[in-house]
Design a binder for this molecule. Structure first.
Ligand code: CP
Ligand code: NVA
Length: 300
């Protein structure tokens, strides 16, 4: 069976192996094991990190990456996802897809005969969370027993993938979010099935207490723009600031997948402060994806 990475759950059995390979390549160097391999990258939405990190990852490993904006290919004019998947599979070895909907992501994966990697959809962002957990491993040396507190939109792609990864690795998860944006039940059930510990709450004076990791994401994800005004009103009061960082452990780290909107989900002081690892996370996209690309091609 081909190896897709649509959810972080798809790599759960090899999670530590992928993390350790990414860290080892960063530390000790790597071979051009993807020599001659080609990655097609379909983007329906904007991207800085995902595009550049996948392109450099393929180049580093000796392969080639092709950028396909939805508007430049026939998909944007109504060619079906099924036909796009079948055609691309005849040319390339792997497809990376950044999509509006998880349904379309799954349709592409079901119809492609080559592995498909989710470069973000409305439900999950597994590559970002692989990079984030690589960063946690570098910083803390372990996952088991750590506490992660996530502030903001508890029902977005980042919250879902982080919850699942925390459950996979034995980390305790706290979601601090307005009730309207508590996580989708599907993901809560998955966390429970994995035996994960999760607490979901609205903002309160203990939120973030004794956390090892404080994390947030934008209040207005790509695709949510029509609700911007309402979201900014409802999320008011959920900004990660110095006061929240003080409730966490003294050696806690601050994480954000970026792009960040300073003054909304986080203050610039925290995001660019001593405890922040946001630019390590961005760098680690490349290393984690090098390991994921090897994994989907059965080289890991
Ligand atoms: N974090 C992330 O996926 O960034 P881009 O949208 O720039 O790819
Ligand atoms: N939740 C954000 C992540 C951006 C990388 C979004 O979907 O826009």
């Amino acid at each position: 069976m081909k190896r897709d990475v649509i959810s972080i759950l798809d790599i759960k059995d090899d999670f530590e192996k992928i993390m350790d390979d990414a860290i080892s390549m960063k530390k000790n160097g790597y071979e051009k094991v993807l020599n001659g391999k080609i990655l097609a990258m379909i983007f329906e939405k904007s991207s800085t990190r995902t595009r550049v990190s996948f392109e450099t990852a393929m180049h580093n490993l000796g392969g080639y990456a092709m950028f396909l904006s939805k508007n430049d290919i026939q998909l944007g004019r109504g060619e079906t996802i099924e036909d796009t998947a079948k055609v691309l599979s005849r040319y390339v070895d792997v497809i990376m897809y950044r999509a509006y909907s998880n349904k379309n992501m799954r349709e592409l994966a079901d119809n492609a005969t080559v592995p498909v990697i989710n470069g973000l959809d409305d439900q999950e962002h597994p590559c970002q969370v692989a990079a984030d957990f690589m960063t946690i491993k570098e910083e803390k040396g372990r996952f088991e027993g750590l506490k992660m507190s996530y502030f903001g939109d508890g029902d977005n792609n980042m919250a879902h993938s982080l919850m699942l990864a925390a459950a996979i690795t034995g980390m305790k998860m706290e979601i601090v979010s307005p009730r309207k944006y508590w996580p989708n039940y599907y993901y809560i059930d998955k966390v429970r099935e994995l035996g994960g510990e999760i607490e979901i709450m609205e903002m309160n004076e203990n939120a973030g207490k004794d956390a090892d990791i404080i994390v947030t994401d934008t209040w207005v994800s790509m695709g949510d723009e029509a609700e911007k005004e309402e979201r900014l009103r409802i999320f008011n009061g959920y900004t990660v600031n110095d006061e929240i960082m003080k409730r966490a452990k003294p050696d806690a780290i601050f994480m954000h997948c970026l792009p960040a909107y300073y003054g909304y989900e986080v203050t610039k002081e925290v995001a660019h402060g001593k405890q922040s690892v946001i630019f390590d996370e961005a760098e680690n996209r490349m290393w984690a994806q090098m390991a994921i690309l090897k994994w989907v091609l059965n080289l890991l």
